[in-house]
Design a protein around this ligand. Sequence first.
Ligand SMILES: [Zn+2]
Length: 253
Amino acid sequence: MKVTFLGTGTSQGIPVIGSSHPVCLSTNPKDKRLRVSVMIEWKSYTFVIDCGPDFRQQMLRANCTKIDGIIFTHEHADHTAGLDDIRPFVHRQGDIPIYAHERVIGELEKRFDYIFETENRYPGAPSVIKNRITNNPFEIGEMLVQPVNGIHYNLQVFGYRFQDFAYLTDMNSIADEEMSKLQNLDVLVINALRVTSHPSHFNLDEALDIIDELKPKRAYLTHISHHLGFHDEVQQNLPKNVYLAYDNLQITI
Ligand SMILES: [Zn+2]
């Protein structure tokens, strides 16, 4: 399985528009972060988790020519706002499968009503196949995927486990019974927004505590704010086998 970090930034991305914060002014490519998303490839399959406002740029940057589906974690705009840009894939492949909690599909239907319209559709409008995700494992591309529930302030969010790889973003707490779904991982990706605490995201210490509890072989931090600091400086102070993800990073599991 190959995972490409398409974006590793928090909701505004880094640099933030108009910001003179030193991290936003950094010339290190690792300090430039599009909105959070990953592409996961195995066998001949390519799936993307979330589809934020940078989706078009991310697909171009990754030279992605085909997707087998988009799996959503939750409905916030930084995870969904790029859905219109699936059009080139729809034109080549037909309707694109989407996978999400029923509530998230409902939100997408409100925001992108023309995509879900069944009568008098605008020619050229994107089209999708809806797949509702519950707490139960679901099969995509000959693989069973285990949803993992997290809390994002007051919102339920799905993380996903693909065999020995798990991807968690936009969480600030995980119940014990959900933690039990995350044992014996090769790779855990988890959100770590910044150093100080935040009501809807793990901060660095909270993410490191979860990594310490789950003990994956390797862990990568994502959904990063400029307030976390410069990539290279933060990386130097992380425990062994914990890495700050950065855009375009590829890992093999
Ligand atoms: Zn969110």
